[in-house]
Design a protein around this ligand. Structure first.
Ligand code: KIV
Ligand code: ZN
Length: 434
């Protein structure tokens, strides 16, 4: 068994269980260019990284982990290019990752030299499995790696005199005893001495997802209550999706006290991926909370993502996939057609349409091409709605029913989806003798 449940004080009531939605956007940090990139079959070239970075800035990410510059020549060069060509807007902070190892920390500081602002993200593994099998070190020795890393980071930040913020991750947190993870984080905090106006990020990653999301949220809440310097700590979450619950991990972690989320577009990232930034942001949006990330041109974001990562956006990927607003079946089409008509007649500005979670227009999708789709499962309501919307025809009920059978028959016979022009063709040929 790879995880350790948090120690629960008797009678402890988890505050997060009292909430049913997130009221305010967390700080977002994109890790697409690091965690996302390191897990691609073919990592991005320098030009591709630049294009992706520009897109992340445009979407509105204010913190972007741009790589592990001490471990990769491309990432070193990419970072230098961003700095030397002044490509960092004044409200964006670059983040770089480094292990707690002397020469790697030193090279990382060299790489960020001259950056207007940078988050130095240092980490070491703390789980039982890594302590025993990989490092073969005791708890004290592993804690010492973190403390020595923190001391060097602090010393170099003073020598380089940059505008630095710091992040520490007890990597493999989900396989670490929470009391021990807090002990290590507190030792790091003692070195870094954060203050409310110079806070430090403590990131408790779901490096491998090992439990149900509420168990992780309990760990977050417990750690949040036991970290020192709490008013000077920005508590961060970084879920991976091994059990398919990365979004739930992040959402419950935020309810439990996490103030920041590290994420990737379309859930790219190691193995099953990092948590999907789009689902998180759009889930908030659909609850009327501004996520401060702009996904109003989703088709363009999908295009860039697919081209530079050589990955595919799954057809059913929440909010973004090509089929996520599509209704083929008759009863769904009928309800949607009625909902759209009702909304128009009432002049209702809120999105209330059955079966469609958000207004497709809000993310750059169309009603015409994306919602009512015709195949052999479709019904007279949807087919009639399409004719009316696109061509102004409003066939009477009996004719709609007959048309419905005819259109479905063609689709069934040819075993394929029909376009709206083909529906029009059947209509005109049958009833208007065109
Ligand atoms: O998944 C993880 O734990 C990481 C760390 C480096 C934060 O990516
Ligand atoms: Zn990760």
């Amino acid at each position: 068994v790879g995880y350790y449940p948090p120690p629960v004080e008797p009678g402890h009531v988890f505050q997060w269980t009292q909430k049913d939605h997130i009221e305010k956007a967390p700080a977002w940090c994109s890790v697409d260019l690091r965690d996302g990139n390191q897990s691609l079959i073919v990592p991005m070239s320098l030009e591709e990284k630049l294009e992706f970075y520009d897109m992340l800035v445009k979407i509105g990410f204010k913190e972007i982990e741009v790589g592990f510059p001490a471990a990769s020549e491309t990432e070193y060069e990419f970072l230098r290019k961003l700095i030397e060509e002044n490509r960092v807007p004044s409200d964006v902070t670059l983040q770089v990752l480094t292990q707690c190892r002397d020469h790697i920390i030193r090279k990382t500081f060299e790489a960020v030299k001259g950056a207007p602002r940078a988050i130095i993200h240092f980490y070491n593994s703390t789980s039982v499995a890594q302590r025993e099998q990989v490092f073969k070190k005791s708890k004290e020795e592993i804690k010492q790696i973190a403390v020595d890393g923190a001391k060097l980071v602090k010393q170099l930040s003073e020598e380089y005199e940059g505008n630095f913020l710091f992040e520490y991750s007890p990597e493999s947190f989900t396989g670490t005893e929470p009391e021990y993870a807090v002990e290590v984080c507190n030792a790091v905090l003692d070195v870094m001495q954060p203050t409310p106006d110079r806070p430090m990020i403590i990131n408790l990653p779901v490096t491998v997802e090992m439990s149900m999301p509420h168990v992780y949220a309990n760990q977050i809440e417990w750690c949040s209550n036991h970290l020192k310097y709490r008013d000077s700590v920005i508590l961060s979450t970084h879920p991976h999706n091994d059990r398919g619950c990365g979004v739930a991990d992040a959402e419950l972690a935020v309810l439990a006290g996490a103030q920041r989320v590290e994420c990737c577009l379309f859930g790219n990232g190691e193995r099953t991926g990092n948590v999907d930034a789009i689902t998180l942001a759009m889930n908030m949006y659909s609850h009327g909370v501004d996520p401060h990330l702009d996904f109003s041109d989703m088709p363009a974001i999908c295009e860039v993502y697919e081209r530079v990562t050589r990955m595919h956006v799954y057809e059913r990927s929440p909010y973004a996939g090509s089929l996520v607003f599509a209704a083929f079946s008759g009863s769904h089409q009928d309800a949607i057609a009625k909902g759209m008509t009702w909304r128009k007649e009432k002049g209702e500005h809120r999105w209330t349409c059955p079966y469609i979670p958000v207004d497709p227009h809000d993310i750059g999708r169309t009603y015409d091409a994306d919602v009512i789709r015709i195949n052999s499962q479709s019904g007279k309501g949807g087919i009639g709605f399409l004719l009316q919307q696109n061509y102004g025809y409003n066939p009477p009920p009996k004719m709609r029913e007959d048309l419905g059978y005819r259109v479905k028959e063609v689709s069934d016979h040819e075993h394929r989806e029909l376009g709206v022009k083909e529906v029009l063709y059947v209509f005109e040929k049958t009833y208007l003798n065109h």
